[in-house]
Design a protein around this ligand. Structure first.
Ligand code: PLP
Length: 390
């Protein structure tokens, strides 16, 4: 039989999903503390669930327009304008089946085979996979600990005639750091100077702590920026599969067409639920934000007490923990930690070349799980350090 295509066989699996599968298998032997997956532990707020049921009862269970239902495109346009102050119309909005699909369609729409995409390292692993599947070439740029800000000099040195896209993500997965507004402006200017598109993943923009996150659209004078967002994280709606792209109207038409051969269209009742999320009461967003802040602080308090504090993430629900003292690479660390301490974390190596001496914790879990999980991680690092020196 003729073999399967080469590319799908060669692309690596996300290390986050790998540990999650191991953790689910380990659960057969007893409870595991899950700090590996970036998923809010909150239930979807009741008024959104109610809107979902109402939409199903009213018959919103059929095919819809590929670009998304009109009321949702309008609600997203309003929500973007509220957040950023940048006027936005519904024809600048594409509704996708999750922010992941917004990202995938952006790479498919913009890249010729061999075109290069500047990607943050550390960064979410799905970016590189998705670029590769679109026949593009991922080119990592450095976010150096502890501030994890891009270096414009390094970015410039990476630009070649094939560079087509600069991808940015703030607040960041996996670091939780927010790009400074002046740096955001400088990144858009850098893209303009080098004639690059900017794909800006702003999915965590509503989950910020001491400072708000800026948006590239504020500095986008010539419509080269695509803003990716969605309801998964902000409203605890990961299973609804709703994402958004904000971009030039002619880009939106092409990206909408690209979504068709993958999913035909989105899910009608999920989209009505997203309208309820964006236009309904927002207290749930504030309650969840405060819970993530409290949990971040619990994690930092334990790390500080054990000499493992390195930085304070400004948003999202992630903390990178330095595991250098354990003397192991991050994948071996994650597997051994799960086996010995029954805590699941994401290995740093899955986020790029630079983070193999770190693991990512998601603090979107219960307060007591964050405290106990981080304590066990610190115990594990200390035990490994002691066994090395002894
Ligand atoms: N972008 C980042 C940085 C993420 O962490 C995630 C999910 O983990 C996504 C995009 C995808 O979100 P969605 O569930 O809407 O596809």
């Amino acid at each position: 039989m003729k073999p399967m295509a080469r590319l799908p066989l060669e692309i690596p699996r996300s290390g986050i999903r790998e540990v999650m599968d191991l953790a689910l298998a380990a659960e057969k032997q007893g409870p595991v503390i899950h700090l590996e997956v970036g998923q809010p532990d909150f239930l979807t707020p009741a008024h959104i669930v109610e809107a979902t049921c109402r939409a199903v009862r009213e018959g919103h269970t059929r095919y819809i327009s590929t670009a998304g239902i009109g009321p949702l495109r309008e609600a997203v346009a309003r929500s973007h304008a509220r957040r950023t102050g940048v006027a936005t119309s519904a024809d600048q909005i594409l509704v996708t089946t999750g922010a992941m699909m917004s990202l995938a369609t952006s790479f498919l729409a913009l890249l010729e085979p061999g075109d290069e995409v500047l990607l943050p390292d550390p960064g979410w692993p799905n970016y590189a996979t998705s670029v590769t599947l679109a026949r593009g070439v991922p080119v990592p740029y450095t976010l150096r600990s502890p501030l994890f800000q891009p270096d414009l000099g390094e970015l410039q040195s990476l630009v070649t005639p094939r560079t087509k896209i600069l991808l940015v993500c703030s607040p960041s997965n996996p670091t939780g750091q927010i790009t400074d507004p002046a740096m955001t402006e400088a990144l858009v200017a850098f893209a303009r100077k080098n004639d690059l598109w900017v794909v800006s993943d702003e999915i965590y923009s509503e989950i910020t702590f001491e400072h708000k996150a800026s948006s590239v659209s504020i500095f986008d004078t010539d419509e080269r920026c695509l803003v990716i967002s969605g309801v998964s994280k902000t409203y605890a709606m990961t299973g609804y599969r709703i994402g958004f792209t904000r971009g030039r109207a002619d880009y939106i038409t092409v990206a909408s067409k690209l979504q068709e051969p993958f999913v035909s269209c989105g899910t009608a009742f999920s989209q009505w639920a997203a309208v309820a999320a964006l236009e309904g009461p927002q207290d749930c967003v504030e309650e969840m934000r405060l819970a993530y802040l409290r949990r971040r602080d619990i994690a930092l308090e334990v790390l500080r007490a054990r000499g493992l504090y390195r930085y304070t993430p400004g948003g999202a629900f992630y903390v990178m923990v330095d595991i250098t003292d354990a003397g192991m690479d991050s994948r071996d660390f994650a597997v051994a930690l799960l086996k010995e301490k029954r805590v699941a974390v994401a290995p740093g190596s899955t986020f790029g070349r630079l983070a193999d001496q770190a693991v990512r914790l998601s603090v979107a879990s219960r307060d007591e799980d964050v405290r106990e999980g981080v304590t066990r991680i610190c115990d594990f690092i200390e035990e490994r350090r002691a066994s090395k020196s002894g």
